[in-house]
Design a protein around this ligand. Structure first.
Ligand code: IP8
Length: 250
């Protein structure tokens, strides 16, 4: 059973304090991972939270708006490496054989924005008993300098590469919410939830929940979106929050 887990940046950082780890939330997530039966068969991806997004906003960089400003590149990538080191350190202290993998060093987008992400280092590290920890980052982008590579995009690339059985997206909300704020149990088709998610035009995978759902629906493994309290349940094989899966995936 191979699991790809994304820890949302706003789950593990203090959203309004630049470059501040939410130590309580990070240790809760780390304890859940260290104590789970998934063991070493897990790839972890974390988002930017108050590390990457803070600097990306300052330099006007997004998944589509790029920069050639070397100071901006160093600020954004450097902040993400600092958050990654904090996550890897916390996991290591809990006995998880976590190792850092920095997407900026390997990935690229072509002039159409299509991403290529070599995954051999991740699959090999996994096979050798390590827990690779990747993160949202910058990526070299033909014609645009560098753009943001979101953790959600990484999850979508990594899940098929490691032949994931389950994908988990641990976010600050308890699942994908309908118009009344209730958690939707299961999403099998985007059209069924498009209006609740604010329309069907969000094709960018970092474009809020609509983009996330669209991208996760395209995976062959079921993906679950849940809140931090439900992480132990997800890792125990339960299905908290919202299950996003086409009929063939379950
Ligand atoms: O929080 C963004 O990753 P995300 C990473 O997963 C940067 O969208 C550099 C802002």
């Amino acid at each position: 059973m191979t699991v790809v887990l994304k820890l949302g940046g706003s789950v593990i950082t203090e959203k309004d304090e630049p470059e501040t780890v939410d130590r309580t939330a990070l240790s809760a997530a780390v304890s859940a991972i260290a104590g789970s039966a998934v063991g070493e068969d897990i790839v972890i991806v974390h988002g930017g939270g108050s590390f990457g997004h803070h600097h990306a906003a300052e330099y006007g960089v997004s998944t589509t708006e790029g920069t050639h400003d070397v100071e901006g590149v160093q600020a954004i990538h450097g902040a993400m490496c600092r958050l990654n080191a904090a996550v890897v350190d916390a996991l290591s202290e809990a006995g998880v054989p976590a190792v850092p993998v920095h997407p900026f060093s390997a990935a690229a987008r072509d002039a159409d924005g299509d991403l290529s992400l070599p995954t051999a280092q991740v699959t090999t590290l996994l096979a050798e008993g390590f827990v690779p920890v990747l993160h949202g980052d910058l990526v070299a982008h033909a014609g645009a300098g560098t753009t943001v590579l979101s953790g959600d995009e990484l999850v979508v690339e990594l899940a098929p590469a490691v032949d994931a059985d389950r994908v988990g997206v641990c976010s600050t909300v308890p699942g994908v919410l309908d118009e009344d704020g209730d958690v939707i149990d299961r999403i099998a088709a985007f059209e069924a939830v498009a209006s609740a998610l604010g329309g069907s035009d969000a094709t960018d995978v970092s474009g809020g929940m609509a983009g996330k759902v669209r991208a996760l629906l395209a995976l062959s493994a079921p993906a679950l979106v849940f809140g931090p309290d439900a992480l132990p349940a997800f890792l125990a094989g339960e299905s908290p929050g919202t299950t996003i899966a086409g009929d063939d995936d379950l």
